[in-house]
Design a protein around this ligand. Structure first.
Ligand code: HEM
Ligand SMILES: *[C@@H]1O[C@H](CO)[C@@H](O)[C@H](O)[C@H]1NC(C)=O
Length: 325
């Protein structure tokens, strides 16, 4: 009996050790999909209906919210910091280079937050609302769904500098992308799967100008067509948009990877994932197998969502996602 109990305790310890070793460095095993089941059981349905109406109004919004979540998580962890407005006491992330004139969807998060707070006052963080909304954005555009681990709290502050130094640039090489993601505990498979988010949404001419004028690893007809919406001269037409996936930018599928195989990547960084480099075989696998892409995308989204969350008594539950309490 005692021996059996000891064996059982050892087995439990082994399982715990395995679970712990699967976590990103620095992450704490505290997020759980059932975190609000006692305190705000209507959370998921409120977020869902907010995202349904946002995506009905404009399908691209599913993409914009997904990107907001990525930019939140890569800067000081998934702590709602990207949502903070600049103020007299805080210069935040919104006007950092990768974000200014580019991030969108803040009003959608505000609207969902006020409906969540009407049902469960002061209970759910902006960081968690964004995590669930991003999942719903993917799913509403035809992508997979999954249980989102919850329990994040909101940052009280942030800096513009942190956004400028942590967000990868579209001029990045494959090696730079691999190391930028590795520094967040995400391996090359996670990096490639997460880049598949570019199967939805759009980019501005400023982000793809040098790609369509100067890269040689691009389909010639595609480059010509994109030049027509993106004048060569910097500063002219910077905001003109093109779909990140030329063929189905409001459908979350593996089309992004099939495009890469034909040199139809819109960003320089996209085409780096299939350019004779270290991750070509992963891009090829996802191009041929949508199920493998979906499964790895889910795994990687959960890992990304685990980057340094504030938990326990750290941070706060913001009343207004745009400013600290
Ligand atoms: C691998 C490194 C990445 C780079 C260099 C990158 C860069 C960019 C750039 C330059 C844009 C266009 C912005 C503009 O011109 O306004 C963009 C859009 C977008 N990115 Fe990324 N990104 C990366 C990874 C990711 C990840 C990991 C996700 C989410 C999981 C993501 C989701 C999106 C989405 C959905 C859009 C379209 C947003 C919209 O239409 O509003 N990106 N990205
Ligand atoms: C293309 O490269 C040339 C030479 O480096 C540079 O002068 C030019 O500004 C680049 N054009 C664009 C549109 O990036």
């Amino acid at each position: 009996m005692a021996a059996a109990l000891t064996r059982r305790a050892a087995a439990v310890a082994a399982v715990l050790a395995t679970v712990t070793s699967l976590l990103a460095p620095g992450a704490v095993a505290q997020l759980s999909p059932s975190f609000y089941s006692g305190s705000c059981s209507s959370l998921e349905s409120i977020v869902r209906s907010g995202m349904v109406s946002a995506v009905q109004q404009e399908p691209r919004m599913g993409a914009s919210i997904l990107r907001l979540f990525f930019h939140d998580c890569f800067v000081n962890g998934c702590d709602g910091s990207v949502l903070l407005d600049d103020s007299s006491t805080l210069t935040g992330e919104k006007n950092a280079g990768p974000n200014a004139n580019s991030l969108r969807g803040f009003e959608v998060i505000d609207a969902i937050k006020s409906r969540v707070d009407a049902a469960c006052p002061g209970t759910v963080s902006c960081a968690d609302i964004l995590a669930v909304a991003a999942r719903d954005g993917v799913n509403l555009l035809g992508g997979p769904s999954w249980g989102v681990p919850l329990g994040r709290r909101d940052a009280r502050t942030t800096t513009q500098a942190a956004a400028n130094s942590n967000l990868p640039s579209p001029s990045s090489s494959a090696a730079t992308l691999i190391s930028a993601f590795a520094s967040k505990g995400l391996d090359s498979r996670d990096m490639v799967a997460l880049s598949g988010a570019h199967t939805i949404g759009a980019a501005r001419c400023a982000s793809f100008r040098s790609r369509v004028y100067n890269d040689s690893n691009i389909n010639a007809g595609f480059a010509t067509r994109r030049r027509q919406v993106c004048p060569a001269q910097g500063g002219v037409g910077d905001g003109n948009l093109a779909p990140l996936d030329a063929f189905s930018s409001v459908r979350f599928d593996n089309g992004y990877f099939r495009n890469l195989l034909s040199r139809f990547g819109l960003l320089h960084s996209d085409q780096e994932l299939f350019n004779g480099g270290p991750v070509d075989s992963i891009a090829q696998q996802y191009a041929g197998n949508g199920g493998a892409f979906s499964a790895d995308f889910i795994t990687a989204m959960i890992k990304m969502g685990n980057i340094s969350p504030l938990t326990g008594s750290n941070g706060e539950i913001r009343n207004n996602c745009r400013k600290p309490n």
